[in-house]
Design a protein around this ligand. Structure first.
Ligand SMILES: [Zn+2]
Length: 165
């Protein structure tokens, strides 16, 4: 056992109802679903936050989530729409600190919704929007993700022992 429940699922120490597994990501049923059919997709290597996650692994996480969303829609699981959701950080309601992407089947009247806070509804002026945009824009290329990415992706592929599901 580790101190991470998702790593325990990956190494077989904890049980899960598996959906999908490849060299990079694993998907299984959420044990406390928002709606039946709620799936989690996680990287096979522990990363607590998005900032620790290789971009190529993140892209693959989303690709597999798209396939699972399509599979849920085609299945007999009640599903009229899908939410794909990721909580990064405690303030964003992250509960388990191993990156996970939620794939949540939705249907009319299921009662699930995002509750907006008191800041919602305020419309900042164009000058303020431009100012905020610049603050973000000037940080986009701050990290050499490509170099980090290639090393980490190779690690992901060659150091992880894949178990069949
Ligand atoms: Zn973990």
């Amino acid at each position: 056992m580790t101190d991470c429940i998702f790593c325990d699922i990956l190494n077989g120490a904890a049980s899960a109802s598996m959906i999908y597994r490849d060299e990079i990501v694993t998907a299984f049923m959420d044990i406390q679903p928002i709606n039946l059919g709620h799936v989690l997709v996680i990287p096979n290597i522990h990363a607590a936050y998005l900032s620790e996650l290789n971009e190529k692994v993140g892209a693959h996480l989303f690709k597999v989530a798209m396939r699972i969303a399509a599979a849920i829609r085609q299945s007999s699981v009640k599903c009229e729409g899908v939410n794909i959701f990721l909580a990064d950080g405690e303030a964003a309601s992250q509960d388990i600190f191993h990156v996970h992407l939620h794939v949540i089947p939705r249907f009319t009247g299921d009662g699930f919704r995002l509750k907006f806070g008191p800041n919602y509804g305020f419309r900042p002026g164009r000058d303020e929007l431009n100012e905020i945009a610049e603050k973000i824009r000037e940080n986009i290329d701050a990290r050499d993700t490509n170099r980090i990415g290639q090393v980490s992706l190779l690690q992901a592929i060659f150091t992880h022992i894949v178990k069949p599901i």
